[in-house]
Ligand binder design. Structure first.
Ligand code: PLP
Length: 220
């Protein structure tokens, strides 16, 4: 077994243990294996080990490696977890199965247009900037519930979940709790939160998916 596949299996086992500990259903949490900066040769062993859900943070980088992998393994589910520029909406709708970073009106409008044009509808999550960090993407927490409603009522989009990246230097717990509360208020079910350093905590706070990169693929 490759080192990557060993680390992948260890993460899966820790997710299962965290589900049990939190009283969650087995399999309640989806592992999004974040493969950014790694190439197809690094990713393929994890696919061959049976995993199908992956995350990338750049549209252009993903276009370089995923079309071939998706052709070879058609049940792959690819998540966009990085900021989306509106001039990349066309490519993003064509390639990704879940877009986790809807965070402003212009992107919502552009995605709605592309979904209608292509007849292909990725699942959509709204990214919330739970720490209100100026350099970080995501909608402000106080605007999140209304924005989800506008995605539905103005743009005809179905938002299935919320996503956050807590500030690197803070205890993530309160950010996970805030995202869970906003999801309840907005009436959405999916919660994408938790990365290599804090995914077990995120599971305790109700994450339905965790985005784990370096703990599987190694440091970048
Ligand atoms: C890179 C990245 C991750 C994975 O981070 P690790 O700490 O390597 O697990 C998760 N979410 C987003 C949005 C990322 O860009």
């Amino acid at each position: 077994m490759s080192d990557t596949v060993q680390r992948f299996s260890a993460v899966e086992a820790k997710i299962a243990a965290a589900e049990r500990e939190a009283g969650r259903e087995p399999g309640a949490v989806t592992l999004v294996a974040v493969s950014k900066t790694f190439d197809a040769a690094d990713i393929q062993p994890v696919i061959e080990a049976g995993h199908r859900v992956f995350g990338e943070n750049r549209v252009q980088e993903a276009q370089g490696k995923w079309p071939d992998l998706k052709q070879a393994f058609p049940d792959i589910e690819l998540h966009l977890i990085g900021p989306l520029q509106s001039n990349k909406a066309r490519e993003a709708v064509a390639l990704f199965d879940v877009i986790e970073t809807v965070d402003r009106e212009k992107i919502a409008a552009e995605l709605a247009r592309e979904i209608a044009r292509q007849g292909r509808a990725p699942s959509l999550y709204v990214q919330v900037n739970t720490g209100s960090e100026p350099q970080k993407a995501g909608i402000e927490p106080r605007e999140a519930v209304a924005f989800v409603a506008r995605c539905r009522d103005v743009h005809g989009l179905t938002v299935e979940g919320l996503m956050c990246i807590p500030p690197a230097d803070e205890n993530p717990g309160p950010h996970f709790a805030l995202l869970e509360k906003l999801a309840r208020e907005a009436g959405v079910e999916k919660l994408s939160m938790g990365m290599s350093g804090d995914y077990e905590s995120a599971i305790a706070f109700g994450a339905t998916s965790v985005r784990v990169g370096s703990a599987i693929f190694g440091s970048r």
